[in-house]
Every structure is written in structure tokens, then in C-alpha cells.
Ligand binder design. Structure first.
Ligand code: ADP
Ligand code: MG
Length: 231
């Protein structure tokens, strides 16, 4: 279970509050207007931003004293997930060992992850020699080898067209189903939220709302969600 306990986050003048829990294995969509604090929330969970008040817990353990690399968290950013001077396999291998000293078993893990995301055979390519969709798959493989129980996606597929994006989200849904990972995914597309997630949190007005069942919330949207959807 992920617990945001009376959390207050601050970035300059901006403040965001959250006070809720998310059960393990859930897939949460985070929606809300630009600048509402969606990235701020993920960055705090990943350990890149220290809370002003409150605590973040995973399985009842306070993450406060754990640096980003030690947290049970893997995060995909909007862009810049791959190093251009490294091959696809090396980029994925970085998830295992930042110094890239990989054992044979590590290399097999990398190969399996590449296979899982449909990139078998492209291991030696540089990111520039991949299509946008293939780059997204490589970035996903890199977080998969980390085997972390919490997967944070900050609109990582927003540069893809709708068809490719949905394909990637379906793949994320499949692999999180296989590994039992808990997913938090920022998206600005309500259709994506409905397809991929089972819970949704609206971030608006300085608050990240308690996750609600997706169908329930879309049937009966809060004022913030109505405003966001333009209803
Ligand atoms: P979202 O991801 O929902 O678009 P962000 O979490 O990136 O929103 O930003 C939330 C607010 O925090 C915005 O008003 C933004 O201007 C502010 N902000 C983000 N990063 C910083 C920073 N490093 N210093 C000051 N303010 C920031
Ligand atoms: Mg953002």
C-alpha cells in the first residue's frame, strides 16, 4: 500500500496537499490541468523532492530517509529516458548496474526485458536509430529490469501518436499485471485513463484527490474534473 500521510509539497509559491492511500497492485491515473502539481507529486514519491510536511510510506515503511535509488520506485519521465551515446542494451543494462559491468545473468535479464517489449534484435542500436515507439519500448524495458514494486509514469508516451500511445499503455498494463506492480500514471487523456487505470486521482486547486474508481468518477465527476474535461 502507498500512503500519502497528511502530505504537503512545496515548489516555490506552489503548494500541493494529499492525504490518501492506494492499495498495492492498483493502476492509478493522475489527471489535471497543466501546472496543477502532477509531476510534483510523482517527484516527491520518487524522492526528488522532500515534503514540506507529512510522510510518504510504502508497505507502512516511511520512505523519508531513502534516496531515490533506494526507493521501491521506478520512474519514466516525459522525455530524456535514454542516453543517446549508449546502445539499447546498455541503456537497459544501466537499470541493473550504473557502471554497466554486467554479468552473463544480467545480460540475459536485459535480453528478456527487450524481448518482452518487442525489441529483440535491436539491442545493439543507438536510440537515434529507433522509431519513437521503439524508444518508448526501450525506456520501458529499462524500468522493467529494475523490478520495483512502484512504477511512476509521467506522461512518457505523450510524444507518440494516439495509436502508438495506446499500444504502449496496453503493454504497460500487461506487464504490471504480470509483475503485480502498482502503477501511477500521469495522463491528460481521459480515454487513456479509462482504458488503463482502475483508480483516478484529480489534481487541481492545490490538492491531489483521494483515488476513486474510474467508472464511478466519470459517471459522477467532481467540479474539478468537470472543469478539466470541459463539461
Ligand atoms: P504539472 O506536472 O501538473 O503540469 P508541476 O508539478 O510540474 O505541474 O508544477 C506544479 C507547479 O509548481 C507549477 O505552478 C510550477 O510552476 C511550479 N514549479 C514546478 N517546479 C518548480 C520549481 N523548481 N521551482 C518553483 N516552482 C516550480
Ligand atoms: Mg508535469
Amino acid at each position: 500500500m502507498l500512503t500519502l500521510d497528511a502530505l504537503t509539497l512545496r515548489q516555490g509559491e506552489f503548494t500541493l496537499r494529499a492525504d490518501w492511500t492506494l492499495e498495492r497492485g492498483r493502476r492509478l491515473a493522475i489527471v489535471g490541468p497543466s501546472g496543477a502539481g502532477k509531476s510534483t507529486l510523482l517527484n516527491a514519491i520518487a524522492g526528488f523532492l522532500e515534503p514540506e510536511r507529512g510522510r510518504i510510506l510504502w508497505q507502512e515503511r516511511d520512505l523519508g530517509d531513502q534516496p531515490p535509488g533506494r526507493r521501491p520506485v521506478a520512474m519514466l519521465f516525459q522525455d530524456g529516458n535514454l542516453f543517446p551515446h549508449l546502445s539499447v542494451a546498455q541503456n537497459v543494462g544501466l537499470g541493473l548496474h550504473p557502471n554497466l559491468r554486467l554479468t552473463r545473468a544480467d545480460r540475459e535479464t536485459v535480453d528478456r526485458a527487450l524481448e518482452r517489449v518487442g525489441l529483440a534484435g535491436l539491442a545493439k542500436r543507438r536510440p537515434a536509430a529507433l522509431s519513437g515507439g521503439q524508444q518508448s519500448r526501450a525506456a520501458l524495458a529499462r524500468v522493467l529490469v529494475l523490478r520495483r514494486p512502484l512504477l511512476l509514469l509521467d506522461e512518457p508516451f505523450s510524444a507518440l501518436g494516439p495509436a502508438l500511445r495506446r499500444e504502449m499503455l496496453a503493454l504497460v498494463r500487461e506487464v504490471t499485471g504480470e509483475t503485480g506492480a502498482t502503477l501511477l500514471m500521469v495522463t491528460h487523456d481521459p480515454v487513456d485513463a479509462e482504458r488503463i487505470a482502475d483508480r483516478i486521482s484529480v489534481v487541481a486547486g492545490g490538492r491531489a484527490d483521494t483515488p476513486a474508481p474510474v467508472a464511478e468518477l466519470f459517471e459522477n465527476p467532481t467540479p474539478d474534473l468537470r472543469r478539466y474535461l470541459g463539461l
